[in-house]
Structures are given as C-alpha cells and as structure tokens.
Design a protein around this ligand. Structure first.
Ligand SMILES: Nc1ncnc2c1ncn2[C@@H]1O[C@H](COP(=O)(O)OP(=O)(O)OP(=O)(O)O)[C@@H](O)[C@H]1O
Length: 126
C-alpha cells in the first residue's frame, strides 16, 4: 500500500522490502519454487564439475532466473484465480492452464540451453 507521506527514496525502499518479502515467501512456501531452486543448485554443481565457461555460466544463470520468474508469476496467477473463484470453473481451469504454459516455455528453453552446454562435455567423458 502506498503511503503518500513517503519521499521517493523511502517509497522505493519500502517497495524493495515488499519485493524481497515476496521472494522469501515464494522460496519458503511454494513447492514448485523449491523444486526449481533444487534444480538450480544441481546445475550449479554440474557447472563447477564441468568447469563451464563464463558465457555458459551467463546463459545458465539467465535460464535459471527465467524459470524462477515464470514459475513465480504462474504461482501469482494461481493464487489470484483461487481467490477470485475458489470453486471449479471451466474459465479458471483455462486461465491456470495457460499460466502454466509460461514456465513450460521457460523449462523447454532451459533444457535446450543445458543440452548445448552439457551434451558435448558429457560426450567427452565416454
Ligand atoms: N478452480 C478450478 N476450476 C477448474 N479447473 C481447475 C481449478 N483449479 C485447478 N484447475 C485445473 O487443475 C490444474 C492444476 O491446478 P493447480 O491450481 O492445482 O495448479 P498446480 O500446477 O498443481 O499448482 P502448484 O504449483 O500449486 O502445484 C489447472 O491447470 C487446471 O487445469
């Protein structure tokens, strides 16, 4: 909620506090986010193991961020849908389905990037 007495800087700092609170809530309460963070930790370990390049690290962190953003927004849409219409409704189902498409796109992109980074390195092991 905006406080009209806040200066510009105070207002921005307040928003930042709520933004971090949101990120913390996602990390501590949402299983889908916890699962994605777990995958992010695994690929970070893999990146260290295969000693990937700076460019590969950049792409890897970019897609990790992209998946987390998409998953977080999908969670927000699900929460709004459940709040405005807790009962079964075809339209709510449709809205939730298309919202879930966002992390799916991000996930497919991350699999393609992971393939480009790791398949040549795994091939070298055999
Ligand atoms: N109120 C509803 N009305 C109609 N269909 C619904 C409703 N709630 C859920 N669904 C259907 O069930 C699917 C899963 O919804 P849900 O809210 O359980 O998401 P989820 O992906 O399992 O979420 P989570 O991230 O919490 O695991 C939706 O994509 C939709 O097809």
């Amino acid at each position: 909620m905006k406080n009209s007495k806040d200066s510009f800087v105070r207002g921005r700092l307040r928003s930042l506090k709520f933004a971090f609170k949101g990120a913390w809530l996602l990390l501590t309460t949402e299983d889908s986010i916890k699962a994605q963070v777990f995958v992010a930790i695994i690929v970070t370990v893999l990146g260290c193991f295969f000693n990937i390049s700076s460019t590969e690290w950049m792409f890897q962190f970019l897609v990790i961020g992209m998946v987390l953003v998409a998953e977080s927004l999908n969670t927000a849409v699900e929460k709004i849908a459940d709040f405005v219409h807790p009962d079964y409704h075809e339209k709510i189902g449709f809205i939730k389905d298309i919202a879930a498409g966002a992390p799916t796109f991000a996930g497919i992109t991350s699999l393609i990037i992971a393939g480009f980074i790791y398949i040549p390195k795994i091939n070298l092991l055999f």
